[in-house]
Structure formats: structure tokens, C-alpha cells
Write a protein that binds this ligand. Structure first.
Ligand code: 5GP
Ligand code: ZN
Length: 111
């Protein structure tokens, strides 16, 4: 997707603080962190929203979650606790239309 911000980060055309990468997944720090740990984990393949991932490509979500689990431990929040969330479309609060998981922790999060 030529004018997708996260595709540009994946392509290293725009700088980001990249903290994890494999052949299918990239993770980087959120530019506007809502907590001491606020990471974004994205499939390298572009999908606008969670709705747009075909059923037979849903294994990418397992790949993303493998990275989430690894990063939660690496950033010291695995045991204290953290939140993963995906915003979808307007009323879900999605601002960047490339599927991404937020990993947020390092403080008590509101219910
Ligand atoms: P959304 O609301 O779409 O779920 O979340 C988008 C997230 O991307 C926001 O938390 C926002 O701070 C983050 N973000 C937006 N632009 C950039 C950027 O250029 N670099 C990084 N690292 N994060 C960004
Ligand atoms: Zn994209």
C-alpha cells in the first residue's frame, strides 16, 4: 500500500524505533505512548483492518501474538500485566489503517 504509514515504516522509508522483526511481523514503539510500555506489533503484509484478513490468512494473528508474548517478557510486563488491543474502523478508534496490535503496560490500566 503505497501511502500507508506503517507500510512505509516496514519498508524503512520512515524512521521508527523498531524493536522486533522477523519475516512476517514488525514491532516498534508507539510515537505517542499512553503508558511506560506502548508497543505496536504489525503484520508486514498490509491489511486495512482486522475485517480484511481472509480466513485462510488468519495465522498471521498467531504470528503477531507470538511477538506480543516475546515482547511482554522482554519489556518486563509479562507478570505485572499488560493489555493488547486492536482498534477497528471509525467507532473503534482506528486512526492508522494497517492492522496493528497495541501492547500497553508498565502502569495500572483503567478497567
Ligand atoms: P490506532 O488509533 O489506529 O489504533 O493507533 C495508531 C497508533 O499509531 C497511535 O497510538 C499513534 O500514536 C501511533 N502512530 C501514529 N503515527 C505514528 C508514527 O509515525 N510512528 C509511530 N511509531 N507510531 C505512530
Ligand atoms: Zn500498510
Amino acid at each position: 500500500m503505497s501511502d500507508c504509514l506503517f507500510c512505509k515504516i516496514i519498508a524503512k522509508e520512515i524512521p521508527a524505533e523498531i524493536i522486533y522483526e522477523n519475516d512476517r511481523v514488525l514491532a516498534f514503539k508507539d510515537i505517542n505512548p499512553k503508558a511506560p510500555v506502548h508497543l505496536l506489533i504489525v503484520p508486514k503484509k498490509h491489511y486495512d483492518t482486522l475485517n480484511d484478513i481472509p480466513d485462510d490468512e488468519m495465522d498471521i494473528i498467531a504470528d503477531v501474538h507470538r511477538a506480543v508474548k516475546h515482547l511482554a517478557r522482554e519489556y518486563g510486563v509479562a507478570e505485572s500485566g499488560y493489555r493488547t488491543l486492536v482498534n477497528t474502523n471509525k467507532e473503534g478508534g482506528q486512526a492508522v489503517f494497517h492492522v496493528h496490535y497495541h501492547l500497553i503496560g508498565g502502569r495500572q490500566l483503567p478497567v
